[in-house]
Design a protein around this ligand. Structure first.
Ligand code: ADP
Ligand code: SF4
Length: 686
């Protein structure tokens, strides 16, 4: 197959200063939790993007000096020459596929912690460290500014030596000194670097000029600039100074990379923003500069991408998340395989890698972060080693992914699902407010399976142990999911008094279509997205909702997925009453007894029902029955039985997809007892 001519414009080369990108697909800088600590894993991950057709593949932000140490986050690093080889590795791998390598030089100023380096932080003016650490960054003197320019220049030269083709000056996400100098709220200087806009832009201008002077002969210089901070006059804004800033620097960089700030607005979850939602904030930039413009918008539809180019909004399609969910997205468009694109669902699990200082993971793409350490490739998988048939029970995300990947390996796969609908929890959760795009997890897999002659799907086929044994497959994979507990067991309680006598509703009840009578006391002891989503659902159904959580605020884990600020805002907007730092200890069908987690003080709240979100229990009865009958496996031809996904240990959808993929990769592997993956070993060096 070849590509649809409507998408030809996405494949036209484009000049960026001294270099040429082979097409319009640009993997913009994105964090990944591997950075300087895992250079091989990082390089392998970036290589897959280049192989998949991204004309430009960027690093994450790259620290240029120990005064801008962002620990505990693990990003790229170019403090001195010793850091060059790790980044050369990435450049070589990206170049091997004909793509350009870009690096985002960064000094995080007052947003850097310097917890590792123990250097005193730098800022336009004296100010507290932004993440709440108990120290301040100091105001930079003119000497410091000159030093900073020197460090940036030295880092640019090192980047060039490492092999990069594009060097970024970074003024976005409220995470870099040149942006901090632009902001009135952070810049209180009275010298030529503060006050008027021209003065506040001075450092940014100097950095672009310095970088062009240092490496511009061979490298394009990109300027990443946030046009909107959503802070009114306190920040950079489209209605304020953003246009003037772009006008002042219009043709100075070789490329503009424009977005919105802070990170939770730029990488907004799909619950709160749609594809292309940054357009109103950046569509004017191309009218101000003659240089190419790249921007992002969680683009997964080639029609939307082509439209961005043909309407003159962008010159290049920027992507972080769509390139994570599908590193081969450009190649699939080029080869006319649109239906094979694994579309990002906007869950931001990828972000959680960076924010928990661990390698990146993706709900849609289970190979993300595993390219080097497990040798997993997003498109290729080993052919089957045996002729065994495989029976998979349960078509939730775990079962679907196992069926898809085993099907791809060429196995004769039989997928049995108790209900009429495929997708399990994904189908159920995608009907909840804001989660519609999560259905893509199901849809992509079902679409792939439907085209595999060697995968048979049996709906409305509830399987028992007898059925599984009689089926006589060589391998059985049990992916039967889990259920929410009704007894209140969770992080805070072993049981909640009254729950045995009076019915507490669970998320399963609401997903089954029940709406509890109001007012509803929603007790969230889980801390991820369910509480906030179900609270919204109940408000939409007209129920008064009191959101009780033992945590200090609703949905604490969503800080790792950038949903947190959006959730807090939305809960208040829709009129949910929030009672934080309280545990639910008793419910008598009319009143709930809460206890302040710090003082132990009791508080009574009137309510007609309780929605209890505490923990889940695996639905593993079938597996246990099969395990009890192991003596019958041999005669039935069964070689192995595997319990995976939520039926083994409930988790997020990302865990279920990974479990399904893993069992498919490892089903016929001979266990050696060795660790399941490679890891970088730190050795003694001088
Ligand atoms: P996971 O996230 O681990 O994939 P889900 O709960 O999403 O788990 O999906 C489990 C699926 O298994 C559901 O669609 C459910 O209907 C199905 N299922 C559960 N028990 C059986 C069974 N005995 N036979 C067939 N399908 C089953
Ligand atoms: Fe998209 Fe979620 Fe994958 Fe991130 S983890 S790329 S948001 S599907």
């Amino acid at each position: 197959m070849s590509r649809d001519p409507r998408y030809d414009l996405l494949f036209e080369p484009i000049r960026l200063g001294p270099v040429v990108a082979r097409n319009r697909f640009f993997q913009v800088p994105h964090c990944n939790g591997m950075g300087y600590a895992m250079p091989q894993a990082h390089a392998a991950m970036r290589e897959v993007k280049a192989e998949g057709g991204w004309a430009v593949v960027s690093t994450e932000e790259c620290e240029i000096h120990p005064t801008g140490d962002v620990s505990p986050y693990v990003e790229a690093r170019l403090w001195d020459d010793a850091d060059i080889p790790a980044l050369s590795l990435m450049c070589d791998k990206v170049h091997a596929h004909g793509s350009l390598a870009a690096i985002e030089l960064a000094h995080n100023g007052p947003t850097a912690s310097n917890l590792y380096s123990r250097e005193v932080g730098l800022a336009p003016s004296h100010q507290p460290q932004s993440a709440g650490h108990p120290h301040q960054a100091r105001m930079m003197s003119k000497r410091d500014i000159a030093d900073f320019r020197g460090w940036h220049r030295a880092a640019a030269l090192r980047a060039k030596r490492a092999g990069f083709d594009i060097v970024y000056v970074y003024a976005a996400h409220d995470l870099s000194l040149p942006m901090h100098f632009l902001q009135r709220r952070r810049n209180q200087r009275i010298d030529e670097y503060g006050g008027s806009l021209e003065n506040r832009v001075r450092l940014l201008r100097e950095l672009v000029e310095d970088t062009k002077d240092a490496v511009g002969d061979r490298c394009a210089v990109a300027l990443r600039f946030a046009t909107e901070e959503f802070l009114g006059d306190e920040g950079v804004s489209v209605d304020g100074e953003a246009r003037e800033i772009v006008q002042m620097l219009a043709d100075l960089p070789d490329l503009w990379d424009v977005n919105v700030s802070a990170w939770h607005n730029d990488s907004a979850p799909s619950r709160y923003s749609n594809e292309g939602s940054q357009e109103p904030f950046i569509d004017w930039v191309k009218k101000v500069t003659t240089k190419p413009v790249v921007g992002v918008g969680r683009f997964t539809s080639p029609d939307t991408m082509a439209s961005q180019l043909s309407r003159g909004v962008l010159d290049m399609i920027g992507a972080a998340r769509p390139s994570i969910a599908d590193p081969f997205l450009p190649r699939k468009i080029e080869e006319g395989r649109i239906e094979d694109i694994r579309e990002c669902i906007g869950c931001n699990i990828c972000v959680s890698g960076d924010l928990t200082h661990t390698p990146i993971r993706c709900t849609q793409n289970p190979t993300m972060g595993e390219e080097w350490r497990k040798g997993w490739h997003p498109e290729r998988i080993a052919p089957r080693r045996t002729d065994e048939r495989v029976l998979i029970i349960g078509a939730g995300p775990a079962g679907l992914e196992a069926a898809r990947a085993l099907g791809q390996r060429g196995y004769d796969v039989h997928l049995a699902e108790a209900t009429r609908e495929l997708g399990g929890r994904v189908s159920r959760e995608a009907r909840l407010p804001g989660l519609q795009q999560w259905a893509r997890v199901r849809d992509w897999r079902v679409g792939q399976i439907e085209r595999m002659a060697n995968v048979s799907v049996y709906r409305e086929s509830s399987m028992g142990a007898d059925d599984a044994i009689e089926f006589g497959a060589g391998h059985v994979v049990v992916a039967t999911g889990c259920n929410w507990r009704r007894d209140g067991f969770g992080r805070s309680n072993s049981a909640i008094k009254g729950f045995g006598e009076f019915r507490a509703y669970t998320p399963d009840d609401l997903m089954d279509g029940e709406i509890p009578p109001g007012p509803v006391l929603l007790f969230d002891d889980d801390g991820y997205y369910y509480g906030s989503v179900l609270a919204e659902m109940l408000r939409a159904a007209g129920r008064d909702v009191t959101f009780v959580t033992p945590a200090e605020s609703p949905a604490p884990w969503t800080a790792n997925t950038l949903e947190f600020p959006h959730i807090q805002k939305r809960l208040r907007e829709v009129g949910v009453e929030i009672v934080a730092a309280h545990n639910l200890v008793e419910f008598d069908n009319e009143q709930a007894t809460l206890v302040d987690v710090w003082s132990g003080r009791k508080r009574i709240i009137d309510c007609a029902s309780v929605l209890s979100i505490t923990s889940r229990l695996p639905n593993d009865e079938l597996f246990q029955n099969l395990a009890a009958r192991e003596s019958e496996w041999g005669p039935a031809g069964i070689k192995s039985v595997h319990l995976i996904g939520d039926a083994l240990a409930p988790g997020a959808i990302v865990h279920a997809i990974y479990a399904g993929h893993r069992v498919a990769r490892e089903l016929d592997e001979i266990a050696t007892g060795a660790p399941a993956f490679r890891r970088p070993i730190a050795g003694p060096t001088t």
